[in-house]
Design a protein around this ligand. Structure first.
Ligand SMILES: [Zn+2]
Length: 381
């Protein structure tokens, strides 16, 4: 992985490159960035740069023996650790290394969902178990074979059990020339003891234009299609790429029809709607809900007088403007919270018919009867 293959993130790339060229590589670093920001790809590109035998000012060379091994994730001094679904208690990340290489090379913007598909483990709980922690300690205690540096990239330390504390000693007193890169999404879910011992590299989510231009240039999307996906993906390139493979058009009509049914409290017509949604499949349902949340957010911007920040195509803008006549910000936020909650349950495989019927009833309450659920009220300063 070379820096040039990674979308945007110019400032982070420069900072990483400078740290190598100025000889300030800290041995334990935490790359913290939301899903789809490219944090894992950046960590791999950084390690490749560090070990490259012919470093260029702004990137690794891509052709030396080290780079070639890095590109296949087959360098003997490059190790990975990641959550997996242990079938036996002795399973470690190494058990799944073939799937890992295949997944990362195909999807450098890997998410846990995509990784789960590679592991064929639909509903199982992922984690990094104690056997894996011992394996990490063992790997890091060996001297590098070929490079000056031995690198271990640990993806999603959020999934370390309490046993993760076993790693503290190697983070604190590493072997010389070892580099420990943690790549995380949620700071609050990382063991504090680990957090306090690593240097933090914050990676922002991507900008709207970064994603839009990437989709136009690398995925041959039209300006309009790229704009729509960039807008829905909210800075998450992983999501944007998943959406490219699905039909996102049509969400607007279904969503608005749904709100209309709810507003009119047309109980009987809601059932066929729920059936239609239930047949969409999990990924589509998630995207549909995400579309709903984005659309409601744009309505809120309009209501707050910030129409200049709204990114909707003309026809959707027109509907959004009409929506602002039938709901206020408080109702919009309550609906948005219901959609978020539904998204959470879809991810956890709730029964879609029951789920969408329930959320429809909640939206009727909010839109028609103006009952705002507790805890969602907007509290002004
Ligand atoms: Zn090289």
């Amino acid at each position: 992985m070379q820096f040039k293959e990674i979308v945007g993130q110019a400032a982070v790339k420069q900072r990483l490159i400078n740290s190598v060229n100025e000889n300030r590589v800290s041995h334990a670093q935490l790359f913290l960035g939301p899903e789809g920001s490219g944090s894992l790809a950046l960590a791999v590109a950084y390690a490749q740069y560090l070990c490259c035998e012919d470093k260029q000012p702004n990137d690794s060379c891509g052709v030396c023996s080290s780079c070639r091994k890095y590109q296949k994730l087959m360098h003997p001094d490059l190790h990975f650790s990641y959550p997996f679904f242990a079938k036996h208690k002795d399973d470690t990340a190494l058990t799944f290394i073939e799937q890992w290489r295949e997944a990362f090379i195909a999807y450098p913007y890997l998410s846990l969902d995509i990784w789960r598909d590679y592991l064929d483990a639909e509903n199982k709980q992922a984690n990094i178990n104690i056997a894996e922690c011992h394996q990490i300690i063992k790997k890091l205690s060996l001297k590098p074979f070929e490079s000056t540096y031995k690198v271990l990239i640990l993806w999603l330390p959020e999934y370390l059990d309490k046993e993760g504390n076993a790693l503290l000693k190697i983070i604190e007193e590493p072997q010389p020339n070892t580099l420990f890169l943690l790549v995380a999404q949620n700071q609050d879910q990382i063991l504090n003891t680990i957090l306090s011992r690593t240097q933090l590299i914050k990676i922002p989510s991507l900008g709207y234009n970064d994603i839009k231009n990437y989709l136009i240039e690398k995925h041959n999307q039209t300006e309009d299609a790229a704009a729509q996906v960039a807008y829905l993906s909210n800075g998450n390139l992983t999501e944007a790429l998943v959406m490219l493979q699905q039909d996102t058009k049509g969400y607007h009509k279904i969503f608005v029809d749904w709100l209309r049914l709810c507003y009119a409290n047309k109980g009987l017509e809601i059932f066929p709607f729920v059936d239609q949604i239930a047949k969409m499949g999990r990924e589509n349902q998630k995207n549909f809900l995400r579309y709903g949340v984005s659309f409601i957010r744009e309505c809120c911007l309009l209501m707050a007088g910030a129409g200049n920040l709204v990114h909707l195509p003309a026809q959707e803008l027109d509907t959004a403007q009409k929506m602002t006549n039938v709901m206020n910000i408080e109702q919009a936020q309550a609906i948005s919270a219901e959609l978020e909650k539904t998204h959470y349950h879809v991810e956890r495989n709730a029964n879609p018919k029951i789920l969408f019927l329930d959320v429809s009833l909640q939206i009727i309450k909010v839109l028609k009867f103006k009952t705002i659920p507790q805890g969602t009220q907007y509290i002004p300063n």
